[in-house]
Ligand binder design. Structure first.
Ligand code: HEC
Length: 107
């Protein structure tokens, strides 16, 4: 009976905690909005996009790369020193959303 109680407790805790986890998680749709607004001038940010710079990797390529690393990507975006890319001064939550969005471009 004790085991049963603790199992139920765990299930209830998981149900109670779930909405908070979702709220804290990065927002892929929001990341897509930011990508279209700030990045699509140079990067192809979504499969249907027809214009973008040839010399710039698409977000699908970035997300698909076997070197893809969310932490490194977040660091790259937070760093004002990009070689050929402008400083975008993004907030931490914008970076989290973008990172999730780029990762989701993986097909
Ligand atoms: C003015 C053009 C421009 C804009 C706007 C731009 N980028 Fe870039 N980005 C580049 C170029 C050029 C590169 C190629 C890397 C280099 O040589 O710096 C690059 C590289 C990257 C890379 C690294 C790819 C890799 O694997 O090395 C990431 C990630 C990236 N951009 C994300 C973004 C995001 C996210 C945005 C929007 C918030 C954005 N970029 C907006 C031009 C741009």
């Amino acid at each position: 009976m004790i085991r049963m109680d603790s199992l139920q407790g765990a299930v209830i805790a998981a149900i109670v905690l779930l909405p908070f986890d979702e709220g804290a998680a990065a927002d892929i749709a929001q990341g897509g909005n930011i990508a279209h607004r700030w990045c699509s001038q140079c990067h192809v940010v979504a499969p249907g996009q027809t214009s973008g710079s040839d010399s710039v990797p698409t977000f699908a390529q970035i997300g698909e790369s076997k070197h893809f690393n969310a932490a490194r990507l977040a660091e790259f975006l937070a760093d004002p020193q990009h070689s050929r890319m402008p400083n975008l001064s993004l907030t931490r939550s914008e970076i989290a959303d973008l990172t999730a969005y780029i990762k989701a471009q993986h097909h």
